[in-house]
Ligand binder design. Structure first.
Ligand code: HEM
Length: 405
Protein backbone atom coordinates (compact mmCIF):
# COMPACT_ATOMS: atom_id res chain seq x y z
CA UNK A 1 0.00 0.00 0.00
CA UNK A 2 1.32 3.47 -0.90
CA UNK A 3 1.93 5.66 2.14
CA UNK A 4 2.33 9.39 2.46
CA UNK A 5 5.28 10.90 4.34
CA UNK A 6 4.68 11.85 7.98
CA UNK A 7 3.98 15.63 8.05
CA UNK A 8 6.68 17.83 9.64
CA UNK A 9 4.41 19.00 12.48
CA UNK A 10 4.00 15.44 13.84
CA UNK A 11 6.64 14.80 16.55
CA UNK A 12 8.52 11.58 15.64
CA UNK A 13 7.88 10.18 19.14
CA UNK A 14 4.11 10.33 18.44
CA UNK A 15 4.35 8.11 15.34
CA UNK A 16 3.37 4.50 15.91
CA UNK A 17 3.61 1.51 13.58
CA UNK A 18 -0.10 0.69 13.71
CA UNK A 19 -2.88 0.56 11.16
CA UNK A 20 -6.45 -0.68 10.99
CA UNK A 21 -5.53 -2.04 7.57
CA UNK A 22 -2.28 -3.89 8.10
CA UNK A 23 -1.58 -4.57 11.79
CA UNK A 24 -0.90 -8.22 12.64
CA UNK A 25 -4.00 -10.40 12.71
CA UNK A 26 -5.91 -8.03 10.50
CA UNK A 27 -5.01 -8.31 6.83
CA UNK A 28 -6.85 -11.24 5.26
CA UNK A 29 -5.39 -13.70 7.75
CA UNK A 30 -7.08 -17.05 8.28
CA UNK A 31 -8.37 -17.25 11.82
CA UNK A 32 -7.30 -13.67 12.49
CA UNK A 33 -9.10 -11.68 15.14
CA UNK A 34 -8.87 -8.09 13.88
CA UNK A 35 -10.69 -6.71 16.92
CA UNK A 36 -8.24 -8.29 19.37
CA UNK A 37 -5.37 -7.04 17.19
CA UNK A 38 -6.46 -3.40 17.40
CA UNK A 39 -7.19 -3.59 21.13
CA UNK A 40 -3.40 -3.38 21.54
CA UNK A 41 -3.73 0.34 20.70
CA UNK A 42 -4.43 0.78 24.43
CA UNK A 43 -0.95 -0.47 25.32
CA UNK A 44 0.52 2.82 24.08
CA UNK A 45 -0.18 6.55 24.41
CA UNK A 46 -3.83 7.73 24.25
CA UNK A 47 -3.22 9.57 20.96
CA UNK A 48 -0.64 8.72 18.31
CA UNK A 49 -0.03 9.18 14.59
CA UNK A 50 -0.38 6.25 12.20
CA UNK A 51 1.37 6.93 8.87
CA UNK A 52 -0.90 4.59 6.85
CA UNK A 53 -4.41 4.27 8.23
CA UNK A 54 -6.84 4.83 5.35
CA UNK A 55 -7.75 2.86 2.26
CA UNK A 56 -5.57 5.15 0.10
CA UNK A 57 -2.61 4.95 2.50
CA UNK A 58 -3.03 8.32 4.25
CA UNK A 59 -1.84 8.94 7.76
CA UNK A 60 -4.25 9.75 10.58
CA UNK A 61 -4.15 10.71 14.20
CA UNK A 62 -5.56 7.77 16.17
CA UNK A 63 -7.70 8.67 19.19
CA UNK A 64 -7.80 5.64 21.46
CA UNK A 65 -9.83 6.78 24.50
CA UNK A 66 -13.60 6.59 24.17
CA UNK A 67 -14.00 9.89 26.07
CA UNK A 68 -11.61 11.70 23.68
CA UNK A 69 -13.39 10.21 20.66
CA UNK A 70 -16.68 11.61 21.98
CA UNK A 71 -15.07 15.08 22.24
CA UNK A 72 -13.96 14.85 18.59
CA UNK A 73 -17.28 13.52 17.30
CA UNK A 74 -19.26 16.18 19.16
CA UNK A 75 -17.12 19.11 17.97
CA UNK A 76 -18.19 19.32 14.33
CA UNK A 77 -16.73 22.83 13.95
CA UNK A 78 -13.18 21.62 14.57
CA UNK A 79 -13.52 18.07 13.25
CA UNK A 80 -15.41 18.02 9.97
CA UNK A 81 -17.11 15.04 8.35
CA UNK A 82 -16.60 16.51 4.89
CA UNK A 83 -13.97 14.11 3.60
CA UNK A 84 -15.45 12.52 0.43
CA UNK A 85 -14.07 9.06 1.14
CA UNK A 86 -16.32 7.41 -1.43
CA UNK A 87 -16.10 9.95 -4.25
CA UNK A 88 -12.33 10.42 -3.83
CA UNK A 89 -11.94 6.83 -5.06
CA UNK A 90 -13.21 8.28 -8.37
CA UNK A 91 -11.09 11.43 -8.12
CA UNK A 92 -14.24 13.46 -7.27
CA UNK A 93 -15.32 15.49 -4.22
CA UNK A 94 -19.10 15.18 -3.75
CA UNK A 95 -20.21 14.07 -0.27
CA UNK A 96 -22.26 11.04 0.71
CA UNK A 97 -25.32 12.39 2.52
CA UNK A 98 -25.87 12.95 5.43
CA UNK A 99 -22.63 11.19 6.50
CA UNK A 100 -20.16 13.65 4.96
CA UNK A 101 -22.05 16.89 5.61
CA UNK A 102 -21.50 19.22 8.54
CA UNK A 103 -24.15 21.27 10.34
CA UNK A 104 -26.35 23.03 9.39
CA UNK A 105 -26.77 21.16 6.06
CA UNK A 106 -26.33 17.85 7.85
CA UNK A 107 -29.41 18.42 10.03
CA UNK A 108 -31.60 19.25 7.03
CA UNK A 109 -30.92 15.90 5.35
CA UNK A 110 -30.85 13.88 8.55
CA UNK A 111 -34.36 15.13 9.41
CA UNK A 112 -35.50 14.14 5.93
CA UNK A 113 -34.23 10.55 6.30
CA UNK A 114 -34.69 9.74 9.97
CA UNK A 115 -38.48 9.02 9.83
CA UNK A 116 -37.72 6.26 7.29
CA UNK A 117 -35.57 4.39 9.81
CA UNK A 118 -37.46 5.21 13.03
CA UNK A 119 -38.28 2.50 15.59
CA UNK A 120 -41.91 2.68 14.41
CA UNK A 121 -40.94 1.99 10.78
CA UNK A 122 -38.65 -0.84 11.89
CA UNK A 123 -41.53 -2.47 13.81
CA UNK A 124 -43.50 -2.55 10.56
CA UNK A 125 -40.61 -4.28 8.77
CA UNK A 126 -40.09 -6.81 11.59
CA UNK A 127 -42.44 -9.65 10.47
CA UNK A 128 -40.77 -9.67 7.04
CA UNK A 129 -37.32 -9.70 8.69
CA UNK A 130 -38.25 -12.73 10.81
CA UNK A 131 -39.87 -14.54 7.91
CA UNK A 132 -36.74 -14.08 5.78
CA UNK A 133 -34.50 -15.41 8.59
CA UNK A 134 -36.73 -18.45 9.16
CA UNK A 135 -36.93 -19.31 5.45
CA UNK A 136 -33.17 -19.16 4.96
CA UNK A 137 -32.29 -21.08 8.14
CA UNK A 138 -34.95 -23.78 7.55
CA UNK A 139 -33.51 -24.37 4.11
CA UNK A 140 -29.96 -24.59 5.52
CA UNK A 141 -31.11 -27.02 8.25
CA UNK A 142 -32.91 -29.19 5.69
CA UNK A 143 -29.92 -29.45 3.40
CA UNK A 144 -27.24 -30.82 5.74
CA UNK A 145 -25.18 -30.28 8.87
CA UNK A 146 -22.74 -27.65 7.67
CA UNK A 147 -22.85 -24.37 5.76
CA UNK A 148 -20.88 -21.33 4.68
CA UNK A 149 -22.81 -19.01 6.96
CA UNK A 150 -21.82 -15.69 5.36
CA UNK A 151 -22.79 -16.87 1.90
CA UNK A 152 -25.89 -18.83 2.83
CA UNK A 153 -27.29 -16.79 5.70
CA UNK A 154 -25.66 -13.53 6.86
CA UNK A 155 -25.45 -11.81 3.45
CA UNK A 156 -28.69 -13.08 1.85
CA UNK A 157 -30.58 -12.29 5.07
CA UNK A 158 -29.38 -8.75 5.69
CA UNK A 159 -29.03 -7.71 2.08
CA UNK A 160 -32.47 -8.91 1.00
CA UNK A 161 -34.09 -6.94 3.82
CA UNK A 162 -32.12 -3.96 2.81
CA UNK A 163 -32.99 -4.36 -0.87
CA UNK A 164 -36.66 -4.53 0.02
CA UNK A 165 -36.22 -1.27 1.95
CA UNK A 166 -34.50 0.33 -1.04
CA UNK A 167 -37.03 -1.14 -3.47
CA UNK A 168 -34.45 -3.21 -5.36
CA UNK A 169 -34.97 -6.72 -6.74
CA UNK A 170 -33.72 -9.75 -4.76
CA UNK A 171 -32.38 -11.61 -7.77
CA UNK A 172 -29.45 -9.17 -8.05
CA UNK A 173 -28.39 -9.79 -4.46
CA UNK A 174 -25.12 -11.53 -5.31
CA UNK A 175 -24.17 -8.76 -7.73
CA UNK A 176 -24.77 -6.07 -5.09
CA UNK A 177 -22.80 -7.97 -2.44
CA UNK A 178 -19.93 -8.35 -4.94
CA UNK A 179 -19.87 -4.60 -5.57
CA UNK A 180 -19.83 -3.83 -1.84
CA UNK A 181 -16.99 -6.32 -1.22
CA UNK A 182 -14.88 -4.89 -4.04
CA UNK A 183 -15.52 -1.36 -2.78
CA UNK A 184 -14.75 -2.01 0.89
CA UNK A 185 -12.12 -4.72 0.68
CA UNK A 186 -10.91 -4.70 -2.94
CA UNK A 187 -7.53 -3.57 -4.29
CA UNK A 188 -6.66 -0.32 -6.08
CA UNK A 189 -8.01 -1.71 -9.36
CA UNK A 190 -11.29 -3.19 -8.11
CA UNK A 191 -12.25 -0.27 -5.86
CA UNK A 192 -12.74 2.47 -8.48
CA UNK A 193 -14.52 0.04 -10.82
CA UNK A 194 -16.96 -0.91 -8.03
CA UNK A 195 -17.46 2.75 -7.04
CA UNK A 196 -18.25 3.76 -10.63
CA UNK A 197 -20.64 0.81 -11.03
CA UNK A 198 -22.53 1.77 -7.86
CA UNK A 199 -22.77 5.44 -8.89
CA UNK A 200 -24.05 4.53 -12.37
CA UNK A 201 -26.57 2.15 -10.82
CA UNK A 202 -27.87 4.76 -8.34
CA UNK A 203 -28.07 7.47 -11.05
CA UNK A 204 -30.06 5.13 -13.31
CA UNK A 205 -32.34 4.09 -10.47
CA UNK A 206 -33.09 7.77 -9.73
CA UNK A 207 -33.90 8.42 -13.41
CA UNK A 208 -36.23 5.40 -13.50
CA UNK A 209 -38.05 6.36 -10.31
CA UNK A 210 -38.56 9.89 -11.58
CA UNK A 211 -40.25 8.47 -14.67
CA UNK A 212 -42.14 5.69 -12.88
CA UNK A 213 -42.59 6.29 -9.15
CA UNK A 214 -43.16 3.28 -6.86
CA UNK A 215 -43.40 2.91 -3.07
CA UNK A 216 -39.69 2.82 -2.20
CA UNK A 217 -36.81 4.84 -0.79
CA UNK A 218 -35.46 6.10 -4.12
CA UNK A 219 -38.91 7.38 -5.18
CA UNK A 220 -39.16 9.15 -1.82
CA UNK A 221 -35.78 10.79 -2.38
CA UNK A 222 -36.45 11.98 -5.94
CA UNK A 223 -39.80 13.45 -4.87
CA UNK A 224 -38.55 14.95 -1.59
CA UNK A 225 -38.15 18.65 -0.90
CA UNK A 226 -35.68 20.35 1.42
CA UNK A 227 -35.91 24.04 2.26
CA UNK A 228 -38.68 24.45 -0.33
CA UNK A 229 -36.80 22.91 -3.28
CA UNK A 230 -36.27 19.53 -4.94
CA UNK A 231 -32.93 17.73 -4.33
CA UNK A 232 -30.14 18.16 -6.87
CA UNK A 233 -28.85 15.16 -8.84
CA UNK A 234 -25.66 15.22 -6.76
CA UNK A 235 -27.64 15.19 -3.48
CA UNK A 236 -29.79 12.28 -4.69
CA UNK A 237 -26.65 10.40 -5.65
CA UNK A 238 -25.00 11.20 -2.29
CA UNK A 239 -27.96 9.78 -0.34
CA UNK A 240 -28.46 6.77 -2.62
CA UNK A 241 -24.81 5.75 -2.48
CA UNK A 242 -24.60 6.12 1.31
CA UNK A 243 -27.72 4.12 2.06
CA UNK A 244 -26.63 1.44 -0.42
CA UNK A 245 -23.18 1.07 1.12
CA UNK A 246 -24.26 1.53 4.77
CA UNK A 247 -26.64 -1.41 4.73
CA UNK A 248 -24.83 -3.90 2.54
CA UNK A 249 -21.91 -5.01 4.63
CA UNK A 250 -22.26 -3.81 8.21
CA UNK A 251 -25.07 -5.97 9.58
CA UNK A 252 -23.81 -9.09 7.78
CA UNK A 253 -20.35 -8.52 9.29
CA UNK A 254 -21.86 -8.10 12.77
CA UNK A 255 -23.86 -11.34 12.48
CA UNK A 256 -20.81 -13.16 11.12
CA UNK A 257 -18.54 -12.07 13.97
CA UNK A 258 -21.29 -12.98 16.48
CA UNK A 259 -21.76 -16.50 15.08
CA UNK A 260 -17.99 -17.02 14.93
CA UNK A 261 -17.78 -16.08 18.62
CA UNK A 262 -20.63 -18.43 19.56
CA UNK A 263 -19.11 -21.26 17.48
CA UNK A 264 -15.95 -20.95 19.57
CA UNK A 265 -17.71 -20.51 22.91
CA UNK A 266 -20.14 -23.37 23.29
CA UNK A 267 -21.18 -22.51 26.85
CA UNK A 268 -22.34 -19.05 25.82
CA UNK A 269 -24.00 -20.56 22.77
CA UNK A 270 -25.95 -23.03 24.89
CA UNK A 271 -26.90 -20.34 27.39
CA UNK A 272 -28.46 -18.17 24.66
CA UNK A 273 -30.16 -21.17 23.05
CA UNK A 274 -31.76 -22.28 26.32
CA UNK A 275 -32.55 -18.73 27.52
CA UNK A 276 -33.36 -16.67 24.40
CA UNK A 277 -34.47 -13.73 26.56
CA UNK A 278 -30.76 -13.06 27.07
CA UNK A 279 -30.10 -12.53 23.35
CA UNK A 280 -30.93 -8.79 23.22
CA UNK A 281 -28.44 -7.96 26.00
CA UNK A 282 -25.85 -10.37 24.55
CA UNK A 283 -26.18 -8.71 21.13
CA UNK A 284 -25.12 -5.40 22.71
CA UNK A 285 -22.00 -6.99 24.18
CA UNK A 286 -21.18 -8.58 20.83
CA UNK A 287 -21.63 -5.18 19.15
CA UNK A 288 -19.24 -3.76 21.74
CA UNK A 289 -16.64 -6.46 21.18
CA UNK A 290 -16.95 -6.71 17.37
CA UNK A 291 -17.98 -3.33 15.93
CA UNK A 292 -17.17 -2.97 12.21
CA UNK A 293 -16.53 0.75 11.61
CA UNK A 294 -13.69 3.29 11.75
CA UNK A 295 -14.85 6.95 11.69
CA UNK A 296 -12.67 9.61 10.09
CA UNK A 297 -12.81 13.37 10.65
CA UNK A 298 -10.76 16.19 9.09
CA UNK A 299 -9.38 19.05 11.23
CA UNK A 300 -10.75 22.41 10.05
CA UNK A 301 -8.16 24.40 12.02
CA UNK A 302 -4.96 23.97 14.01
CA UNK A 303 -5.65 22.63 17.49
CA UNK A 304 -3.60 21.11 20.27
CA UNK A 305 -5.84 18.25 21.29
CA UNK A 306 -4.93 16.37 24.48
CA UNK A 307 -1.23 16.89 23.72
CA UNK A 308 -1.40 16.18 19.97
CA UNK A 309 -0.48 19.05 17.59
CA UNK A 310 -3.30 18.47 15.12
CA UNK A 311 -3.10 20.81 12.12
CA UNK A 312 -5.74 21.96 9.62
CA UNK A 313 -6.37 19.20 7.06
CA UNK A 314 -5.08 16.35 9.26
CA UNK A 315 -7.21 13.20 9.33
CA UNK A 316 -8.39 12.07 12.77
CA UNK A 317 -9.49 8.47 13.31
CA UNK A 318 -12.11 7.49 15.88
CA UNK A 319 -12.22 3.72 15.48
CA UNK A 320 -15.21 2.18 17.25
CA UNK A 321 -13.23 -1.06 17.64
CA UNK A 322 -10.63 0.83 19.70
CA UNK A 323 -13.11 2.88 21.78
CA UNK A 324 -15.02 -0.28 22.66
CA UNK A 325 -11.91 -1.89 24.19
CA UNK A 326 -11.02 1.16 26.32
CA UNK A 327 -10.21 -0.05 29.87
CA UNK A 328 -11.23 3.37 31.25
CA UNK A 329 -14.75 2.78 29.92
CA UNK A 330 -15.31 -0.98 30.26
CA UNK A 331 -14.16 -3.34 33.02
CA UNK A 332 -12.07 -6.20 31.52
CA UNK A 333 -12.65 -4.86 27.98
CA UNK A 334 -11.15 -7.89 26.24
CA UNK A 335 -13.41 -10.32 28.09
CA UNK A 336 -16.76 -10.94 26.44
CA UNK A 337 -19.45 -10.95 29.10
CA UNK A 338 -22.83 -11.56 27.50
CA UNK A 339 -24.60 -10.25 30.61
CA UNK A 340 -22.65 -6.95 30.71
CA UNK A 341 -24.91 -4.15 31.96
CA UNK A 342 -24.70 -0.36 31.26
CA UNK A 343 -23.02 -1.17 27.98
CA UNK A 344 -22.55 2.29 26.48
CA UNK A 345 -20.56 1.07 23.51
CA UNK A 346 -19.65 3.13 20.46
CA UNK A 347 -20.57 0.66 17.68
CA UNK A 348 -23.11 3.09 16.21
CA UNK A 349 -20.91 6.16 16.65
CA UNK A 350 -21.64 9.23 18.74
CA UNK A 351 -22.91 12.79 18.33
CA UNK A 352 -24.83 14.28 15.41
CA UNK A 353 -23.89 11.52 12.93
CA UNK A 354 -24.87 8.62 15.19
CA UNK A 355 -26.08 5.75 13.00
CA UNK A 356 -29.54 6.31 11.53
CA UNK A 357 -29.93 2.60 10.81
CA UNK A 358 -29.22 1.42 14.37
CA UNK A 359 -32.82 0.39 15.14
CA UNK A 360 -33.02 -1.72 11.99
CA UNK A 361 -29.51 -3.14 12.47
CA UNK A 362 -30.23 -4.14 16.09
CA UNK A 363 -33.49 -5.89 15.22
CA UNK A 364 -31.86 -7.76 12.34
CA UNK A 365 -29.00 -8.97 14.54
CA UNK A 366 -31.29 -10.05 17.39
CA UNK A 367 -33.81 -11.78 15.11
CA UNK A 368 -31.01 -13.45 13.14
CA UNK A 369 -29.46 -14.86 16.33
CA UNK A 370 -32.83 -15.90 17.81
CA UNK A 371 -33.87 -17.85 14.74
CA UNK A 372 -30.42 -19.36 14.15
CA UNK A 373 -30.11 -20.63 17.72
CA UNK A 374 -33.70 -21.95 17.72
CA UNK A 375 -33.17 -23.98 14.54
CA UNK A 376 -29.52 -25.05 14.46
CA UNK A 377 -28.14 -27.37 17.17
CA UNK A 378 -24.72 -26.90 18.83
CA UNK A 379 -22.44 -25.62 16.07
CA UNK A 380 -18.68 -25.14 15.76
CA UNK A 381 -16.26 -23.89 13.15
CA UNK A 382 -15.77 -26.79 10.74
CA UNK A 383 -12.55 -28.72 11.38
CA UNK A 384 -9.86 -27.92 8.85
CA UNK A 385 -11.40 -24.51 8.01
CA UNK A 386 -10.80 -21.07 9.44
CA UNK A 387 -12.77 -17.88 8.97
CA UNK A 388 -11.09 -15.19 6.91
CA UNK A 389 -11.33 -11.74 8.44
CA UNK A 390 -10.19 -8.38 7.16
CA UNK A 391 -9.45 -5.00 8.66
CA UNK A 392 -10.03 -1.61 7.05
CA UNK A 393 -12.54 1.23 7.39
CA UNK A 394 -15.14 -1.54 7.73
CA UNK A 395 -14.02 -4.81 9.32
CA UNK A 396 -15.35 -7.91 7.60
CA UNK A 397 -15.52 -11.67 7.84
CA UNK A 398 -16.00 -14.29 5.17
CA UNK A 399 -15.68 -17.99 4.59
CA UNK A 400 -17.13 -18.86 8.00
CA UNK A 401 -17.96 -22.57 7.69
CA UNK A 402 -20.09 -23.84 10.58
CA UNK A 403 -20.71 -27.50 11.34
CA UNK A 404 -23.30 -29.18 13.59
CA UNK A 405 -22.85 -32.84 12.67
C1 HEM B 1 -24.35 -3.27 12.64
C2 HEM B 1 -24.68 -2.44 11.66
C3 HEM B 1 -24.29 -0.99 11.60
C4 HEM B 1 -23.28 -0.33 12.26
C5 HEM B 1 -22.29 -0.90 13.27
C6 HEM B 1 -23.35 1.06 11.85
C7 HEM B 1 -22.50 2.06 12.33
C8 HEM B 1 -22.57 3.39 11.97
C9 HEM B 1 -21.70 4.42 12.48
C10 HEM B 1 -20.56 4.19 13.45
C11 HEM B 1 -22.10 5.60 11.93
C12 HEM B 1 -21.49 6.99 12.21
C13 HEM B 1 -20.52 7.40 11.12
C14 HEM B 1 -19.83 8.72 11.39
O1 HEM B 1 -20.08 9.37 12.42
O2 HEM B 1 -18.99 9.13 10.56
C15 HEM B 1 -23.21 5.32 11.06
C16 HEM B 1 -23.88 6.27 10.32
C17 HEM B 1 -24.95 5.98 9.50
N1 HEM B 1 -25.55 4.73 9.32
FE1 HEM B 1 -25.02 3.00 10.19
N2 HEM B 1 -24.36 1.21 10.95
C18 HEM B 1 -24.97 -0.01 10.78
C19 HEM B 1 -26.06 -0.28 9.96
C20 HEM B 1 -26.75 0.64 9.23
C21 HEM B 1 -27.89 0.36 8.41
C22 HEM B 1 -28.56 -1.01 8.25
C23 HEM B 1 -28.26 1.55 7.84
C24 HEM B 1 -29.38 1.88 6.89
C25 HEM B 1 -30.42 1.17 6.65
C26 HEM B 1 -27.36 2.57 8.32
C27 HEM B 1 -27.43 3.90 7.96
C28 HEM B 1 -26.58 4.89 8.43
C29 HEM B 1 -26.66 6.27 8.01
C30 HEM B 1 -27.67 6.87 7.02
C31 HEM B 1 -25.62 6.96 8.68
C32 HEM B 1 -25.28 8.46 8.58
C33 HEM B 1 -25.92 9.23 9.72
C34 HEM B 1 -25.50 10.70 9.71
O3 HEM B 1 -24.51 11.07 9.11
O4 HEM B 1 -26.24 11.50 10.32
N3 HEM B 1 -26.45 1.99 9.17
N4 HEM B 1 -23.48 3.96 11.09
Amino acid sequence: MATNPVPDHVPPEMVRDFSLFTSPGMSPTPNGDPHAAVACAHDGPPIFYSPYNTQDGRGTWVITRAADQRKVLQDTETFSSHRSIFSSVLGETWPTIPLELDPPAHGVFRSLLSPLLSPKRVRVLEPAVRERAVTLIDSIAASGTSCDVMKEFAFPFTVSIFLRFLGLPDHRLDTFVGWAKDLLHGDDVKRPVAARTIVTFIDELATNRRKEPVDDLMTFIVQAQVEGRRLTDEEIRGIGVLVFVAGLDTVAAAIGFDLAYLARNLKDQELLRSEPDRIALAAEELLRAYPPIQLIRVATKDIDFEGAPIRKGDYVSCATMIANRDPAEFGCPNTIDLAREDNRHAAFGYGPHRCLGSHLARREIIIGLEEWLARIPAFRIKKGTAPITCGGHVFGIENLILDWS
